[in-house]
Design a binder for this molecule. Structure first.
Ligand code: HEC
Length: 146
């Protein structure tokens, strides 16, 4: 009985640690972004031979990731407000409409890349990949410290 109780407490503690760590959670998603975008970028530039299935898989994975980071931008987790290192600018919370627009535009362009990637039309894919990257940069310029 004691062991079960201890186990339950441990699970509870682990869950709370995770919930209390939104900064790491969102940064982990962005780290995966970087991998996907890096691999797609190599194919778009021709450093690595374009492979339709692989590109489509990466684009689809990026679209899944694009649904995730935003839930971890919880109040009180701006740069300077938390013990955890973060590059999140306070504007995320002071300009919520602009932030939401940056998120929505990014999600729309990422969803479109997933669609275009499935066609295998490389020049259209390159153009749409560029459009996605613009949404990363636009948001970082406005909402991430450099
Ligand atoms: C709507 C805003 C927004 C969009 C769109 C966005 N990012 Fe970010 N990104 C952020 C913010 C804010 C941070 C800082 C997070 C923190 O430190 O808490 C960040 C951090 C990062 C990091 C650093 C993670 C780390 O290790 O700490 C990488 C890499 C990154 N983004 C890549 C990308 C890529 C690639 C894209 C586009 C495919 C993208 N981001 C799109 C807002 C955005």
């Amino acid at each position: 009985m004691k062991k079960i109780l201890l186990f339950a407490l441990l699970v509870l503690a682990a869950g709370q640690t995770f919930a209390a760590e939104p900064v790491s959670a969102r940064q982990n998603v962005f780290k995966q972004y970087k991998k996907d975008v890096g691999a797609m970028g190599k194919m778009a530039k021709g450093d690595v031979a374009y492979n339709k299935d692989e590109f489509a898989r990466l684009a689809s994975h990026l679209d899944e990731l694009a649904q995730q980071p935003w839930q971890y931008f919880t109040p009180g987790t701006a740069a300077g407000k938390t013990a955890k290192e973060t590059d999140a600018k306070p504007e995320i919370w002071s300009k919520p409409a602009d932030w939401q627009k940056a998120v929505d535009t990014h999600k729309a362009e990422t969803a479109k890349l997933k669609q275009v990637a499935a066609t295998g039309d490389l020049s259209a894919i390159k153009a749409q990949f560029g459009a996605v990257q613009k949404t990363c940069k636009a948001c970082h310029d406005a909402f991430r410290k450099d």
